[in-house]
Design a protein around this ligand. Structure first.
Ligand code: NAD
Length: 267
């Protein structure tokens, strides 16, 4: 079993990473930054976003597991004091039915960003947003190659099911169980009056649909892909769809989505 640890970089996460390495060496796990079977993120949800983007090119053969150093995260279910137990599980015989981990896969959103200066490809774990840097954005939204609406406002958020509990939730979007292969388009402060009109509700699209967002004026835009920010002044369009790849999480014990939702937002 080869593993890699990505920590948040603060003192506590660094210390936990060190103790993880010691325990892992005792159990015969191999530290491997290039081709790990499992990537362990130590920190919070933001650390898992970093881990995902760092290993995106190995997504088909790498599974992720999260240790949180603060409160329970959406992607991090192990507590700091449970690291010895986690290492033991990772080192256990995968054929032992008690230790055999479950692999849970979540959908991702695939982006093709077309600029006058070239095309960029990205994949997001939480969401993609397109926002104004200076004033109202004007964006045309097409669904499956048909014009759907002309958007004026602060921006648009396109989220994955597992990202639906993050920025999308703050925008009033629905929470979507990650077993549903879909993506969601939510508005960020749309202008709605007798002249300008948008749907107002979030839209949930299935995995065989796509959406194109066209920049409809010369505008400086802020494009975010999870925690990554990009400034773009020559955007033509962004095509969004459910990605062919999925992220795999390794589960040594249950971590039900609706329990996470309840614990995070109600309890
Ligand atoms: P950050 O540290 O500001 O994290 C923001 C919060 O989002 C943290 O509390 C984190 O636990 C939570 N979060 C992240 N992913 C989540 C998920 N899938 N479900 C529920 N909560 C989640 O910023 P960061 O660490 O760089 O993370 C970037 C993320 O922050 C973005 O992907 C976006 O979802 C989120 N964000 C939210 C808002 C908002 O709600 N208004 C605004 C900007 C960014």
């Amino acid at each position: 079993m080869r593993y890699y640890v990505l920590d948040r970089g603060d003192q506590l996460s660094l210390e936990l990473a060190e103790s993880f390495h010691k325990l892992a060496a005792d159990q015969g796990l191999i530290r491997d930054a290039d081709s790990p079977d499992i990537v362990v993120s130590i920190g919070g949800d933001g650390t898992m976003l970093h881990a995902f983007h760092s290993f995106m090119d190995r997504i088909a053969s790498t599974a992720f597991v999260g240790v949180h150093t603060g409160h329970l995260g959406f992607y991090a279910d192990w507590k700091a004091d449970e690291i010895p137990e986690l290492v033991q599980m990772m080192a256990g015989d995968p054929e032992d039915s008690h230790l055999k981990p479950r692999i849970v896969q979540y959908p991702l959103v695939d982006l093709e960003i077309v600029k006058q200066s070239g095309v960029l490809k990205h994949v997001c774990l939480n969401e993609f947003t397109l926002k104004s840097v200076d004033g109202t954005v004007v964006l045309q939204v097409d669904i499956n190659d048909h014009m759907f609406e002309m958007f004026r406002g602060d921006g648009i958020c396109v989220s994955t099911p597992s990202g639906s509990t993050a920025y999308n939730k703050s925008l009033g979007g629905a929470m979507i169980h990650p077993s549903i292969e879909a993506f969601q388009i939510s508005e960020i402060a749309s202008i709605n009056n007798r002249v300008f009109r948008t749907m107002g509700s979030s839209l949930v699209l299935p995995n065989h649909h796509h959406c194109d967002i066209y920049s409809r004026k010369e505008q400086n835009l802020l494009l975010t892909v999870d925690h990554v920010n990009l400034r773009v002044s020559d955007l033509i369009s962004v095509r969004c769809k459910v990605a062919e790849q999925k992220i795999s999480f390794v589960r040594y014990r249950p971590f039900p989505f609706w329990t996470r939702v309840r614990n995070a937002f109600l309890d």
